[in-house]
Design a protein around this ligand. Structure first.
Ligand code: ZEM
Length: 293
């Protein structure tokens, strides 16, 4: 089987300061457009974009992943499972115009790092060096997960990335951010009362709320709890499977453990399939708040 090789090449002549400028431009635009999606703001949809641009990865042939920035091509972005992400790419268009030197892969990953940090999540060490590849490198559709699956489906799905049970549970904690939209996915509602604060509450909600499986207005089955919050079947799978449940309980009790494990698996996701030379240092970018202190 042929293996795709993705060697990181840093943006020429750019240093930490330049990437901090990109971070600041994204964070500032997030703040000034905080009305988006009924006051949720753009943070969650930017995190989802970083996930979908990386979610095409296949460990068996090293194809897909965030390296080539191929989400910029219609062939990839038009996947019905990515509906709604045009809001994220449109948000980023003027950022790319301001910083035309940044590759799309770097932009589609640094935006997720920016959003998580600005919304109160862990600091994410991020590395530059993704290089735009051509339309011929867009993976065939069918690599994104469907929300209808059970624990067996979720475990099998993440084998393609080489992620274990603990990593999968930590990563899915990102579903504390944002919401599902009938017009995009056919699911309906947020995962928490706060849609734009990164905490370990996804796990607390899974364990503590009274969940009822109900049919929503597009005929899809989802878990609902009082106060209008919801879980996808793939989210609820994490409490149905004893091996997953163990980590749900751990992260519900221990936000520091969640933050640290989430950081590690999110970095692994964004860097899947990329060879970084030792000379490419991870950047820990500062939040707007840290810079104003
Ligand atoms: Zn999500 N996700 N996701 N996800 N996701 C949605 C929204 C968001 C799955 C999924 O089907 C859906 C990860 C994994 C998985 C985010 C981040 C991450 C929605 C709703 C669906 C249906 C879309 C809509 O209607 O607008 C499935 C099946 C997953 C794996 C099994 C991982 C991993 C993520 C990040 C690390 C985020 C932040 C959102 C909210 C987007 C928004 O617009 O509010």
């Amino acid at each position: 089987q042929t293996q795709t090789v993705h060697i990181a090449k840093p943006e020429k002549g750019k240093s930490l300061t330049d990437f901090q400028s990109v971070y600041n431009a994204i964070a500032t635009k997030m703040k000034s457009e905080s009305d988006y999606d009924d006051g949720t703001g753009y943070g969650p949809v930017l995190v989802r974009l970083s996930w979908h641009s990386s979610a095409t990865y296949n460990i068996h042939d090293n194809s897909g992943g965030s390296y080539g920035g191929t989400f910029r091509f219609k062939k990839e972005a038009s996947d019905p499972l990515s509906k709604g992400l045009e809001n994220a790419t449109k948000f980023l268009d003027p950022i790319h115009e301001e910083f035309p030197w940044i590759s799309h892969g770097d932009l589609y990953t640094i935006c997720g790092v920016t959003a998580i940090q600005e919304l109160g999540g862990p600091k994410i060490p991020w590395r530059q060096g993704r290089v735009d590849t051509g339309p011929e490198t867009v993976p065939a559709q069918g690599r994104l997960p469907v929300p209808e699956g059970d624990a067996t489906y979720v475990r099998k799905y993440y084998e393609r990335f080489g992620f274990d049970d603990q990593e999968v549970v930590a990563l899915l904690g990102a579903h504390i951010l944002g919401k599902t939209h009938l017009k995009n996915s056919g699911y309906d509602g947020p995962w928490d009362d706060d849609t734009n604060i990164f905490t370990n509450e996804f796990f607390g909600n899974l364990l503590e709320r009274d969940w009822t499986l109900e049919k929503n207005d597009s005929g899809r089955m989802q878990y609902n709890a009082k106060g209008g919050i919801m879980m996808l079947p793939t989210d609820y799978a994490l409490v149905q499977d004893p091996k997953y449940l163990k980590y749900v309980q751990k992260y519900a009790k221990d936000q520091d453990a969640f933050f640290s494990d989430f950081r590690d698996i999110y970095v692994k996701l964004l860097e899947s399939g990329i060879d970084f030379d030792e000379s490419i240092e991870p950047f820990v970018l500062k939040t707007l708040k840290e810079q104003s202190e």
